[in-house]
Design a protein around this ligand. Structure first.
Ligand SMILES: CCC[C@@H](CCO)COc1cccc([C@H](O)CCN)c1
Ligand SMILES: [Fe+2]
Length: 533
């Protein structure tokens, strides 16, 4: 791994700055050769408006949702972007102020309303945000921009128009679902969400949305909760951002970052509280792993996996092998909440301060955990993992819990391997070799890394004063090798004449095949998808 890379000019501040939307696509200047088979759209979500009427948003996840599109067609590339017309955006524009509380920014009661209506607002509780700035993915024939609340936004993937606000509470007993659903080979979509509103059944619900229906009906109307997992602490369910799916199992990692429901469900709007104010760390539970069978769907309550405390946002992949479940994760050591380090004030500091802040944060590590499926009580005290290719261990204790120790696959101080991607259609839930990630240097995205999860070999793409985004893998049509394809990443090069660019890398060795540059800045994007032409 290349040595330390410094950012004294603090060019990264530019990716956290407001930009305008476009009225029509703009052409990009191509250098290099884009593979002729690569024709389609890269769609990505992120924050695009970082303040309203002089009121700044505080957190990385508060900026108003902007949808970005790079179209690749006939060797030409265009770039386009629009703000989503979510309720939160439309109402903020109408009132020129923050109307809806976002993840880390509380909206203040309407100063124009009288004390009585403000008083009654108090008891109505907060209006949940529909600021779908995290990801965009297909459901049936439709496309939805999402955050992690119960509201998802149907969008037109060509015109980037906002089509419809959908409230999942109408179909499912969940308070929200992750922005990282899994898609099964038959087109079914699995997702997971906290459930704490309905009849106080505090749990984690795994939901299934069936594939596109022949009668063209909306698959969401046929979604259902397929299994419910218990919360380790009744009134304090864990926050979670993604989960694992293998051929026969769901994998849920219950981290020690908890949602304080008494705060979250009380009318916290009047106190100027935001979602971030409702989190707290459990300093004693460590981290729990849960397994559930897929068919029939059921929680495996006897498999009580425990390990030391870490934050987990992104599962990389999970697969079954010789009676074990192998689970590869992007972890951050410790129970302090990593999102506490993602306030914009922190990310916009001068480089020396950014580095100082990151010294105190949980440290990132790619880890492999191995979960034994068959547990024989007589084997207490000894390592149950017999896979030849990993040093991860699992030990059954007398209290019936199984203590896990990981194999570390990647560990560089203050260099996070995050926003992980794999050759999803070929490898999801299967034994695999390659993970692609965005390198977070003291939380600043400044490189793209490829990791062979079996050999720990790494590859690197990096360029001075460049800030890339999550690298999406697109397989070469007809390919048989797992890493035969390209990586697509939106890169920002603040000092350049054309500061926004789409980077096309060869996924085998991370060499640059092409770049398509536009003469406008592109703010940070979180997740997205490639839509073949
Ligand atoms: C108290 C936390 C509540 C959970 C939902 C519970 O089902 C998270 O809720 C939000 C609300 C707004 C933006 C987000 C962002 O998606 C986060 C980062 N991806 C999450
Ligand atoms: Fe994510």
């Amino acid at each position: 791994m290349a040595g330390r890379v410094e950012h004294p000019a603090a060019g990264y501040k530019k990716i956290f700055e407001t930009v305008e939307e476009l009225n029509e696509p703009i052409p990009a200047k191509i250098t290099g050769v884009i593979p002729s088979w690569l024709g389609g759209s890269l769609l990505r979500m992120g924050p695009g408006l970082f303040e309203i009427g002089g009121e700044p948003f505080n957190h990385l996840f508060d900026g108003q949702a902007m949808m970005h599109k790079f179209d690749l067609k006939g060797g030409q590339v265009t770039y386009y972007r629009k703000f989503l017309r979510t309720d939160t955006y439309v109402r903020a524009m109408a009132e020129n102020r923050v109307v809806i509380t976002e993840f880390g920014t509380a909206a203040y009661p309407d100063p124009c309303k009288n004390i009585f209506s403000r008083f009654f607002t108090y008891f109505r509780g907060i209006e949940v945000t529909d600021n779908c700035m995290v990801n965009v993915y297909p459901i049936g024939e439709d496309f939805y921009a999402v955050t992690e609340s119960n509201f998802i936004t149907k969008v037109d993937p060509d015109s980037l128009e906002t089509l419809k606000k959908v409230d999942l509470c109408k179909y499912l007993s969940v308070n929200g679902v992750t922005a990282h659903p899994h898609t099964d080979s038959d087109g079914s979509i699995y997702n997971m969400g906290n459930c704490f509103g309905k009849n106080m059944s505090l749990a984690y619900n795994i939901v299934k949305i069936p594939p596109a229906q022949s009668d063209k009906s909306d698959p969401i109307e046929r979604s259902e909760v397929v299994v419910q997992l218990p919360s380790s602490e009744r009134l304090k369910p864990s926050y979670f951002h993604s989960f694992g799916l293998t051929d026969n199992y769901f994998v849920f990692v219950e981290q020690p970052v908890k949602i304080n429901l008494l705060k979250f469900l009380s009318a916290w709007s009047i106190r100027g509280a935001s979602y971030m104010d409702c989190f707290e760390s459990n300093e004693s539970m460590g981290t729990w792993f849960h397994l559930a069978t897929r068919d029939p769907a059921g929680h495996m309550s006897s498999h009580k996996f425990r390990t030391s405390a870490f934050n987990i946002f992104h599962h990389i992949n999970a697969y079954e092998d010789e009676g074990f479940i192998v689970v590869d994760l992007c972890t951050w050591k410790g129970y302090d909440f990593v999102y506490d380090y993602l306030y914009l004030a922190n990310l916009r500091q001068e480089w020396e301060e950014v580095k100082k802040a990151a010294m105190k944060a949980p440290q990132p590590e790619i880890r492999r955990y191995v979960l034994p499926l068959d547990l024989h009580t007589e084997e207490q005290g000894k390592n149950l993992v017999s896979l030849s290719y990993t040093t991860a261990t699992a030990v059954l204790n007398s209290d019936g819990t199984i203590w896990l120790e990981p194999e570390v696959l990647f560990s560089v101080p203050r260099l996070g391997f995050e926003f992980p991607q794999i050759n999803y259609s070929l490898c999801r839930g299967k034994k695999y070799s390659f993970a692609y990630g965005l390198g977070l240097n003291h939380f600043i995205p400044d490189r793209i890394i490829k990791l062979n999860v079996q050999t720990k070999e790494t590859w690197l793409w990096q360029e001075e004063d460049c800030y890339p985004s999550e690298p999406l893998f697109v397989q070469t049509p007809g390919a048989t090798q797992e890493d035969d394809g390209v990586l697509l990443s939106i890169v920002v090069k603040p000092g350049a004449e054309r500061p926004g660019l789409l980077l096309v890398l060869d996924a085998m060795n991370l060499t640059e095949l092409a770049r398509a540059e536009v003469d406008i800045m592109i703010p940070v994007t979180l997740h997205g998808m490639y839509r073949p032409g």
